[in-house]
Design a protein around this ligand. Structure first.
Ligand code: GLP
Length: 260
């Protein structure tokens, strides 16, 4: 795991945007795994800016989103479909048919999940998966106790996650109980994982994910098993890390050829 501590979320998001834009510029048909939530918002803003001002084209990009709430239509304002349209897809040139987001209204959920996995495979696999982290250590919507080998499937949200996500809804009672999410195993198949975490409320989850044991009780800790996982945090989210000074020293002394 490479852990990069930055003074604030803007600096962290700039590094993440550089990693993503470089992949898009260098690879002919890059496949991006995308996340929702507040955490990647500045990255999406920066990618939109690069598209408008620096000619970054998404015409050859294929995207797969991590998750969606069961029962929400794509135009429900709290759906992840609507979130992605609002914050990224409406502002860039990614072709509509290259965008994949789990269908919260699928009638046959297991069949849909199987096809989602097949679509990821037939696109050549995900080159780079963007991730946030839940306060309970979830990635995607893989809540504590999720199998570390899990694939795309239906999951039940914890009370904590429903509380955390209530601000995107008209009150907690409107937050769905179920979601479709890529599995931890699906995420680990990506060629690179890029996890972002900002703010004090993520400090415990970040410490457990990066320095705790690999356990299904902290699904993000599975990234310790990934050969290319980069974790970029701001000062507050790094505050529970025992070896923060070491990670900072390593990053400051990276040779030029390794810099992002
Ligand atoms: C959501 C999403 C995750 C996201 C996490 C953190 O529930 N399913 O993909 O990383 O919670 O959200 P935020 O970035 O708003 O803190």
């Amino acid at each position: 795991m490479e852990i990069i501590v930055q003074p604030d979320s803007q600096a962290a998001s700039r590094i993440a945007s550089r990693i993503i834009s470089r992949l898009i510029r260098e690879k002919t048909r890059p496949v991006l795994g995308l996340a929702t939530g507040n955490t990647p918002l500045q990255v999406y803003k920066e990618l939109v800016r690069m598209h408008r001002e620096e000619g970054l084209s998404f015409a050859g990009v294929t995207t797969f989103n991590l998750d969606e709430y069961v029962g929400l239509s794509p135009d429900h304002p709290s759906s992840f479909h609507a979130f992605m349209a609002r914050n990224l897809f409406h502002h860039i040139d990614v072709p509509r048919e290259s965008i994949h987001i789990p269908d919260g209204q699928a009638k046959d959920i297991p069949g849909f999940c199987r096809r989602y996995e097949e679509d990821i495979r037939s696109s050549g696999g995900i080159d780079l998966q963007v991730l946030g982290i839940g306060t309970d250590g979830h990635i995607g919507f893989n809540e504590p106790s999720s199998s570390l080998a899990s694939r795309t499937r239906i999951k039940t949200l914890t009370a904590q996650t429903r509380r955390d996500n209530a601000s995107s809804f008209d009150g907690e009672e409107h937050v769905p109980y179920h979601c479709i999410t890529m599995g931890v195993g699906t995420i680990l198949d990506s060629r690179m994982c890029l996890l972002l975490a900002f703010g004090k409320k993520k400090a415990r989850a970040v410490a457990a994910a990066c320095e705790g044991p690999v356990t299904a009780m902290v699904p993000a800790s599975a990234l310790q098993m990934h050969p290319r996982a980069v974790v970029i945090v701001d000062g507050e989210a790094s505050s529970g890390l025992e070896r923060a000074d070491y990670y900072q020293w390593v990053y400051a002394h990276k040779p030029d050829w390794q810099k992002y």
